[in-house]
Design a protein around this ligand. Structure first.
Ligand code: BGC
Length: 381
């Protein structure tokens, strides 16, 4: 909390959020409210949050951090999940609109399908904040709060490049869901670093004929990216990732095994792919990337079963979303450091930095920063 004015507005948002979600009346805040803002009826002001699924630890992290940030003032918060289903997402948004929200914070399951929800919110006078994932193909997105997703892919790729020597190293590529704009941005970031090293023979792509065909292209169009992603998508799903990795290893000749390198797009898929590669006797060693610093993957990293993750401090993103909500609720303009094109408009955005985490800096980045407790893990170096 930066000052009492912010505290007052945050408390107001929290109470309205609470009212919008039909939870019980909160206790009085532990600190007196200050500033000129006075509480308004729930029908006048409120924020609603919609997250894509409870089934991935990444979004539970966001839920937890939103609750922490808002409950710091003694309030309860309810957040709606869409469970990987665009129609459920739309129903969630509609129910929040009906409850009188003024700001919608939403991570779309499917970035393009969610345009309909954004349009409905705009038509009802609700401001829309795209949270982490960009809603595409609509002008009804007011603001985008995100991490530096190009850097996520670039750091994953840089880790592989930094650990490769000689030439002819087998490289297995995996990507996120084609319905998620981030999957393209992560891949774009990775491709920028990997492509020169594929072109010069350091790496040989083992599981994507489209990537091989495009290996002399320093930058790819979205359509070219889509062709590669079509072959290597995990759909952000553990089982899809596992099945694809199994199929890739079954199809791979022996010279595509030995010491291998794996670009895995996030931690959930990384663990599935790592477990699969670990069982192939012809794979003598593998380095594998990740993203999200999920607790299970941090343990994998400590245990030497996953090589790295990209830490995205969700506390920062949550704070940015709350700051933007406050600005929008008070008729201000959220601070933007740039913009993202969503296929229709340039959406003003703020972007949080990301950090590579290996076994060497788990303690410094994840424990000393208070993100996790040392007791969450065994065998910390
Ligand atoms: C997020 C990642 C997450 C992935 C799967 C992406 O949009 O940026 O943090 O791992 O979705 O849920």
């Amino acid at each position: 909390m930066r000052n009492k004015g912010v505290f007052a507005i945050l408390a107001l948002i929290a109470s309205l959020l609470l009212a919008a979600c039909g939870a019980q009346t909160p206790a009085a805040p532990s600190e007196p409210t200050a500033g000129t803002t006075t509480a308004s009826p729930a029908s006048e002001l409120a924020v609603g949050i919609v997250l894509p699924t409870r089934d991935e630890p990444r979004w539970i992290q966001d839920e937890t951090r939103f609750k922490e940030a808002l409950e710091a003032a003694g309030y309860q918060v309810e957040i709606l999940f869409s469970q990987g289903d665009s129609s459920r997402e739309q129903a969630n948004v509609e129910s929040l609109i009906t409850k009188g929200i003024q700001v919608l914070i939403i991570t779309p399951h499917d970035g393009t399908a969610a345009a309909a929800s954004a349009n409905a919110a705009r038509a009802a006078g609700v401001k829309v904040i795209s949270y982490d994932r960009l809603i595409r193909e609509t002008d009804a997105v007011d603001y985008y709060v995100t991490f530096d997703s190009i850097a996520v892919g670039a750091q994953q790729a840089q880790f592989l490049v930094d650990n490769a020597t000689g030439s002819g190293n087998p490289l297995y590529l995996y990507a996120g869901a084609a319905t998620d704009n981030n999957a393209f941005i992560f891949f774009e970031g990775a491709w920028g670093v990997l492509q020169p090293k594929i072109a010069d023979g350091t790496f040989v792509v083992a599981n994507s004929s489209e990537a091989v065909a495009l290996s002399n292209e320093a930058t790819l169009t979205r359509e070219q990216q889509a062709r590669i992603i079509g072959q290597i998508t995990t759909n952000w799903d553990f089982n899809t990732a596992k099945t694809l990795a199994e199929a890739n290893l079954t199809a791979a000749p022996d010279d595509a095994k030995g010491d291998v390198f794996v670009l895995a797009p996030n931690d959930g898929t990384a663990r599935a792919i790592a477990d699969t590669f670990a069982t192939d006797p012809a794979v003598t060693s593998f380095l594998i990337t990740g993203q999200d610093a999920e607790q299970a993957s941090v343990q994998y990293i400590i245990d030497g079963k996953q090589s790295m993750t990209v830490f995205k401090d969700v506390r920062t993103l949550v704070q940015s979303a709350i700051d933007a909500s406050i600005a929008l609720l008070t008729d201000g303009t959220p601070e933007a450091s740039g913009s993202y094109n969503n296929g229709r408009i340039e959406v003003p955005a703020v972007q949080a930095p990301v950090v590579t985490v290996t076994r060497d800096n788990v303690q410094a980045e994840l424990i000393d920063s208070g993100y996790y407790q040392a007791s969450d893990f065994t065998g910390l170096p």
